[in-house]
Write a protein that binds this ligand. Structure first.
Ligand SMILES: CC(C)=CCC/C(C)=C/CC/C(C)=C/C=C/C(C)=C/C=C/C=C(C)/C=C/C=C(C)/C=C/C=C(C)/C=C/CC(C)(C)O
Ligand SMILES: C[S@@+](CC[C@H](N)C(=O)[O-])C[C@H]1O[C@@H](n2cnc3c(N)ncnc32)[C@H](O)[C@@H]1O
Length: 377
């Protein structure tokens, strides 16, 4: 549960005084020098200094990762130890540039030194084990272009840049021919396994007969559910051009007999009926409150009594993963020009407003990638 907002006036006053005193102390250069020298506080001082340095240097780290991905350095090391000179020839960088990149990547645990050679580091290995992260890193070029002047982006209320053009539907619902929906559909399909794994482990899909994945993209999530639950009839409701990508995927996967495509826009077309489970996977946060609430209301009306809605997406104020919500998705969706990350509390309040009776947060193993809320009709 997200942290409740402090309302009690006495507690609010006490906290206000405490925060003012704490911030004066933390801002004191004398205190910072003392804390860094004193053996008792030195570990905390060094950890806080490292955290602040990482915040300041974050973009440099991201671009080091981007260079590792763009050059294929991590893939080359996936095959085992390599010397700097051998890597330089393979990734088409001069040896000096390759060594500079390797040393930076080693500082970020992306690679490690092994004698005269280099191997994958713990972060590099984990990254290669999670499909879609590399695609997200490459995709960030658009996001960083929009964030080149963050104040201008904030001042204009978001949108109007590279990301808004990439997510065409964010500005013109129902828009999108096969060519324009292909990049984002491919990106979502590439990063779907991270989210599907969390969601499938969090909920027992076999308890349902028919499942409709609204905004299901090219069917990555439906394909994951189909592989896990043989008894379920499955469907995707998405923009027509995206639905055709899902149809092609299901035919290729031998799922055509178990799946239905509902082409349309949930902003103008009715939500298909006859499904006892409806899912929204990385969809709700794409839309502003009015569109999101209208969608929840339409889903409530389309579900039969006893039917259930499952929402899976990264959420704001996730304990231990706060930056992924408001810091990452908050700015990302602002740049996209539509939507916002919402806390579990906000989502459950919207669900109650839409008429859902009972809502629950289901635990996921890696809440940083997604959390799951279910709601009963
Ligand atoms: C010594 C050994 C062997 C081990 C002992 C220690 C130990 C147990 C280590 C654990 C190792 C381990 C299990 C590591 C696991 C690492 C994992 C799972 C890492 C996962 C990382 C996930 C990341 C970085 C995900 C990033 C996702 C991003 C950036 C998503 C972006 C999504 C976007 C832009 C979506 C856009 C769609 C829209 C428009 C918002 O709807
Ligand atoms: C961020 S993607 C998520 C895709 C997929 N659920 C996943 O997690 O990989 C959002 C999806 O919503 C779809 N979408 C956006 N606006 C829509 C609308 N008005 N009606 C139906 N689908 C829509 C997009 O085409 C896209 O497939």
């Amino acid at each position: 549960m997200s942290k409740p907002v402090l309302r009690n006036p006495i507690l609010l006053s006490a906290r206000t005084s405490w925060l003012a005193w704490r911030n004066r102390l933390l801002a004191s250069s004398r205190f910072q020098r003392f804390a860094a020298r004193c053996w008792l506080t030195r570990p905390i001082a060094r950890s806080r200094a490292r955290g602040l340095f990482d915040l300041v240097a974050g973009f440099v780290y991201s671009q080091t990762l981007a260079a590792c991905i763009a050059t294929g350095l991590l893939d080359r090391l996936g095959g085992g130890p390599q010397t700097c000179d051998a890597l330089a020839a393979q990734i088409d960088l001069p040896p000096e540039g390759t060594l500079r990149l390797l040393r930076a990547a080693a500082a970020l645990q992306l690679v490690e030194r092994l004698g005269d050679a280099w191997v994958l580091g713990s972060a590099g290995a984990a990254l290669r084990g999670n499909g879609g992260i590399a695609e997200m890193v490459a995709h960030h070029g658009l996001l960083y272009a929009d964030l080149a002047d963050p104040v201008a982006l904030l001042r204009r209320g978001g949108g109007g840049g590279a990301l808004a053009g990439y997510w065409g539907y964010a500005e013109a619902p129902g828009a999108g021919d096969a060519e324009s929906v292909a990049p984002y559909s491919r990106l979502m399909a590439a990063s779907q396994p991270l989210v599907a794994a969390q969601t499938l482990d969090a909920y027992r899909f076999a308890r349902h007969r028919r499942m409709l994945d609204i905004g299901g993209g090219e069917g990555g999530f439906v394909a994951s559910v189909a592989a896990r639950v043989a008894s379920l009839e499955l469907a995707v409701f998405d923009l027509p051009a995206v639905g055709e990508r899902a149809r092609a995927r299901f035919v290729a996967a031998g799922l055509a007999g178990r799946t239905t495509i509902h082409p349309g826009s949930f902003r103008s077309d009715p939500v298909p009926r006859g499904y006892d489970l409806i899912t929204l996977v990385r969809v709700l946060h794409d839309h502003d409150d009015s569109v999101a609430l209208a969608l929840l209301r339409a889903i409530h009306a389309a579900l039969p009594p006893g039917g259930r809605l499952l929402i899976a997406e990264p959420m704001a104020q996730t304990p231990g993963a706060e930056p992924a919500g408001d810091a990452y998705f908050g700015l990302y969706l602002l740049a996209m020009g539509s939507g916002r990350p919402r806390s579990e509390t906000e989502i459950r309040a919207m669900l109650r407003t839409a008429g859902f009776s009972r809502t629950r947060l289901l635990p996921t193993a890696l809440p940083i990638t997604c959390r799951v809320v279910i709601a009963d009709r």
